[in-house]
Ligand binder design. Structure first.
Ligand SMILES: Cc1ncc(COP(=O)(O)O)c(C=O)c1O
Length: 405
């Protein structure tokens, strides 16, 4: 086989569809978020970042950066092993306590990333619970889909955010079988929010475990940053709350929280937890400092919500088509991969604004978009500049408001 020709032809297909991914070479600047240096063949230039998942700017918070420096001074660079073989550092233990407390659960377990936590936890529960059927929201993230696939458990996909469809599907399964309902609180690309209470009602009626991905909500919602489940007073109804340390908490890693027994079970059987080097101690220390800070401070969350509302209002007033939702994610709908990339390129090259185009398979074909994520650190001037730039581009290409309808 001509392997190189095969790679070429597959990549050429992505180019033809206009969804070949080009990474933007950025150098983040501590203390200057949302500004970063963009490195390109044309040279270096400062840009304003409008698509980061460092939702609250905690990646440069003195409490986080300070905790990481201190941990490096105390412990050095890496963890030195897997959790079982010399790699459980005291910072990991403290982080797991912080996380269990965040969600009001008995225990927590940290993983290399949010992706790995979903893949490993769902993979393990689905493969080990005898005869398990997993009910998965059709909008679930790739990491959950991969976890469910690798578990080889029977899988039933229910309509997005539809408790009635879930109920219908659960009713068809023998009552005695193990069942697990997997869903998200804030869906990352549309920014819509799950009816967690209704899904819990249905799951409870059928004796199913509930598994909630709060990756795009932890740190951002609830009095202490415990996510939508905390805001709605529902954390106790979820058997597993999963999250990331890499978005609002702005460091790196993922986790699950749940009962002592459930976490011990995953700890003991999940290949993706057992056979990998644990997080660097400084990463665990930084994440714990971030969580601790956001448990005690609502300032960042309040300012975040205010900035999001302001961006939405300004985009609406300018006639830029934004998908309506009740979260912090502001999807500007384009509906064409080539156009979406062209708009993103113009924003970067002409206006010094960085918003990555979002294409298939991250979103369905025909719903390509610019996913804008305001932070508490974006100023009024930043917002005005973004909206002016988008307005200029929109009128230039003659896009109508109907594009999102
Ligand atoms: C819903 C959801 N779950 C899990 C993940 C994975 O989290 P991480 O980036 O920590 O691997 C993502 C990442 O974007 C996500 O959107």
């Amino acid at each position: 086989m001509d392997y190189e020709a095969f790679f070429d032809s597959e990549i050429a297909g992505l180019h033809r569809e206009g969804r070949y991914r080009v990474f933007t070479d950025l150098e983040r600047q501590a203390g200057r978020y949302p500004y970063a240096t963009h490195h390109s063949p044309a040279g270096e230039r400062e840009v304003t970042v409008w698509c980061s998942n460092d939702y609250l700017g905690m990646g440069q918070h003195p409490a986080v950066v300070g905790a990481m420096h201190e941990a490096i001074e105390r412990c050095g660079a890496g963890a030195g092993g897997t959790r079982n073989i010399s790699g459980t550092n005291h910072y990991h233990v403290l982080l797991e306590q912080e996380l269990a407390d965040l969600h009001g659960k008995e225990a927590a377990l940290i993983f290399s990333s949010g992706y790995v936590s979903n893949w490993a936890a769902l993979g393990t529960l689905g493969s080990k619970l005898p005869g398990c059927v997993i009910f998965s929201d059709e909008g679930n993230h790739a990491s959950m889909i991969e976890g469910i696939r690798s578990s080889r458990a029977e899988r039933q996909i229910f309509r997005h955010n539809d408790p009635e469809d879930l109920n219908r599907k659960l009713s068809l399964i023998e009552p005695g079988r193990a069942k697990l309902v997997a869903f998200e609180s804030v869906y990352s690309m549309d920014g819509d929010i799950a009816p967690i209470d209704e899904i819990c009602d249905v799951a409870e009626a059928h004796g199913a475990l509930t598994y909630l991905d709060e990756v795009h909500a932890v740190g951002l919602y609830g009095a202490r940053g415990g996510g939508i489940s905390e805001r709605m007073g529902l954390a106790h109804r979820l058997d597993v709350i999963e999250g990331t340390l890499g978005k609002a908490f702005a460091v790196h890693g993922g986790y699950i929280t749940g009962s002592n027994r459930l976490c011990d079970f995953v700890r003991s059987f999940a290949s993706g937890f057992i056979f990998t080097t644990s997080l660097p101690p400084a990463v665990a220390a930084g994440a714990a400092a971030s969580i601790r800070h956001l448990k005690g401070s609502g300032v960042e969350r309040a300012r975040h919500q205010e900035r999001v509302a302001k961006v939405r209002q300004a985009l609406d007033a300018a006639g830029i088509p934004v998908l309506a939702n009740r979260s912090h994610i502001v999807p500007v709908m384009v509906g064409d991969p080539v156009l979406c990339k062209a708009i993103s390129d113009s924003l970067l090259d002409e206006f010094g604004i960085y918003v990555q185009p979002i294409n298939y398979p991250t979103v369905p074909r025909g719903t390509e978009r610019l996913r804008i994520t305001p932070s508490p650190l974006h100023s009024n001037a930043d917002i005005d500049h973004l909206v002016d730039a988008l307005s200029t581009i929109w009128s230039r290409i003659g896009l109508s408001r109907q594009a999102a309808e």
